[in-house]
Design a protein around this ligand. Structure first.
Ligand code: HEC
Length: 411
């Protein structure tokens, strides 16, 4: 129908395609997308010399990460704006959903393919948005959802792991990187070809297309414009009525989305910044108060080496006599002296029937500390005379202490 070789009388006549706000939106997304792609891919392919060069030019990986996050925040705001504007256009202005894919798009795609391989004489006649444009738009929507969800998980791994199994975090990282490559390739191939090579379309910058371009690219839309079919509600009274309903809802929705973005950015510090090491703060160290099995215990009479658990990182090695064991000495000693109250009865919560029971301790926690008699509550209790119900002879007490110092061995 459109014969573009014929000189058009309306060569100079133009039609508005994108108002200024949409062009600014596009520019914002372009900058944020490019920044994200660049700062993201150098992290994904961190070992390539090109990446290393770019990272060093940008001032190190932490800076690259921060730039990536700022660009992501801009994309989030852009998405929010887009959603609100979409609502306004559809509900208040009653614009038609020209971006929605319809069956005709599949037919158009088929016809374009047949035309390209020479089996059809004409290109498909398309409306406001061609099937290529719709495909790109929805790919961008889908990509933003995937990148947003997986990006959140990488930005807030601890929060995510509260709702999902931990394996999802590395999976999110893989998906984020994979989708990034796909998106960048889609822009380079699909967008570059469709918008810059096949036909250099400047509408996103000038906002306009000439009648010739419209006839070639969007003949059905041009026909509708010429027929006077409006693509939006024009009655100002009805528009005002709907605005009164739309604005409160949109405000609440905006607040919810702002809260979402705030949470996205601030849920935790883990990924945004590296927490500096906190040297000057006391660190709680858990020390076992039960016997530590010794790997090289040989029941010989001579002196043996035992390593005692200590709070410092370098273990203290002491020489002890290691032939005192629970089975050989201490078990029978306790059975004889303490059985009445700590075997037949669990006085003070303490049961001394077996080695394992004894090591569990009493009502106040562990009473035997392997390797350190002086810190064992049982010794402290007996030496201070606090165990009023019974006292041990000094020799027996010395034996228990030697056993504890030697590592409180079972056998
Ligand atoms: C005549 C009964 C009696 C005998 C015998 C006895 N105890 Fe006790 N033991 C108690 C009572 C009662 C308590 C709880 C009151 C207290 O903590 O002093 C206790 C508490 C303890 C505690 C403190 C438990 C805790 O977690 O607070 C230890 C340790 C202990 N006994 C060790 C021994 C040992 C070791 C022997 C044998 C050498 C022994 N007792 C013999 C009656 C006895």
């Amino acid at each position: 129908m459109a014969n573009i070789t014929t000189p058009q009388p309306a060569e100079e006549r133009t039609y508005e395609r994108f108002p200024l706000a949409r062009r600014i939106e596009h520019l914002t997304m372009l900058l944020s997308f490019t920044t994200l792609g660049l700062t993201g891919l150098v992290q994904k392919f961190a070992l390539s010399p090109t990446s290393q060069f770019l990272v060093s030019v940008l001032g190190g990986v932490e800076t690259v990460r921060s730039i990536h996050h700022v660009a992501a925040i801009i994309l989030m705001f852009g998405t929010m704006y887009h959603i609100i504007l979409l609502g306004y256009n559809l509900y208040v202005l009653r614009m038609r959903m020209t971006m929605l894919p319809v069956f005709q798009d599949a037919l158009d795609a088929l016809q374009a393919l047949l035309y390209n391989i020479g089996l059809r004489k004409s290109r498909p006649q398309m409306g406001r948005f061609t099937f290529e444009e719709k495909a790109e738009y929805w790919a961008f929507v889908w990509g933003t959802v995937v990148m947003g969800v997986t990006g959140f998980m990488m930005w807030n791994p601890i929060t995510s792991a509260k709702f999902l199994p931990g394996e999802f975090i590395p999976a999110a990282k893989a998906a984020h990187g994979g989708e990034a490559v796909l998106a960048v390739l889609a822009i380079i191939l699909w967008h570059m070809y469709g918008v810059h090579i096949k036909f250099f379309n400047k509408a996103m910058w000038t906002g306009k297309l000439t009648e010739t371009e419209m006839l070639h690219e969007h003949p059905l839309e041009l026909a509708e414009i010429k027929a006077g079919i409006p693509d939006r509600e024009l009655d100002p009274i009805k528009i005002r009525q709907r605005q009164r309903k739309f604005f409160p809802v949109a405000s609440i929705l905006t607040l919810i989305m702002l809260a979402g973005i705030f949470g996205f950015i601030n849920a935790e510090e883990t990924a945004l910044t590296t927490i500096p090491p906190q040297d000057d703060q006391p660190v709680e160290v858990y020390i076992r108060w039960t016997a530590t099995p010794r790997t090289t215990s040989t029941p010989t009479a001579g002196p043996t080496l035992a390593v005692t658990p200590t709070t410092t990182s370098t273990p203290i090695v002491i020489l002890i006599s290691a032939d005192i064991t629970w089975d050989g000495n201490i078990g029978p000693l306790f059975q004889q002296n303490c059985g009445e109250c700590h075997i037949d009865d669990d006085k003070g919560g303490l049961n001394l029937s077996t080695y394992a029971d004894a090591m569990k301790g009493g009502g106040n926690g562990a009473v035997f500390m392997a390797g350190d008699a002086a810190k064992s509550q049982m010794i402290i209790k007996f030496e201070s005379g606090d165990h009023t119900d019974f006292t041990l002879s000094p020799q027996d007490l010395a034996l228990v202490k030697a056993w504890l110092d030697a590592g409180a061995l079972e056998k």
